[in-house]
Ligand binder design. Structure first.
Ligand code: S3P
Length: 168
């Protein structure tokens, strides 16, 4: 079975969808932010705040490499992971299907605001909107684009992906 890598902006629901998708596919999943936190004992938000984004990006690349060596068949990236060329190359060379969870900025922003996950790179709406516009140009390089229907649950989105990728 091909590995599925979930890509998309902060607040789009990558982590929750990954959990449901792994359940449907009966396989291991890995959430890159959680993986970093488990190993570093600091969350990505804490690392960015304490040591800066550049330092975080280096760590993120290191853990992405390790993640791609695990058995996990579903991997949820952080919102910025796919934005770095080195990471995209590594992911593409590892032979997986990349899936972009597409949503509007407004919906992501609502989720960011409602969530208790801290996201220092989305501290204000204007900057987050700029980042969204920049990132869209790269997210669209993913193999599959899955527009998220409004009101769809994470479970329903996971189903849509399972059907799109594995025809199940
Ligand atoms: C980031 C997204 C976050 C986390 C970090 C940086 C980004 O993950 O990796 O705060 O640059 O978009 P989520 O996309 O899960 O929020």
């Amino acid at each position: 079975m091909d590995r599925v890598v979930l890509i998309g902006f902060m607040g789009v629901g990558k982590s929750t969808v990954a959990k449901h998708l792994a359940k449907i596919l009966r396989c291991e999943k890995l959430d890159l932010d959680d993986y970093i936190e488990e190993n570093e004992k600091l969350s990505p938000a804490e690392i960015i705040t304490l040591y800066g984004e550049k330092f975080f990006r280096e760590l993120e690349t290191k853990y992405l490499k390790k993640a791609l060596e695990t058995e996990a068949k579903v991997i949820a990236l952080g919102g910025g992971t796919w934005a770095k060329e080195q990471n995209r190359k590594m992911i593409m060379q590892s032979g997986c299907v990349t899936v972009w969870l597409m949503s509007t900025f407004d919906r992501c922003w609502l989720n960011i605001k409602a969530s208790n996950k801290r996201r220092p790179l989305a501290a204000d709406r204007e900057k987050a909107a700029e980042l969204f516009a920049e990132r869209e140009k790269l997210y669209c390089l993913a193999d599959l684009h899955i527009p998220i229907p409004s009101h769809a649950t994470s479970q329903e989105i996971a189903r849509i992906i399972a059907e799109a990728v594995f025809k199940i």
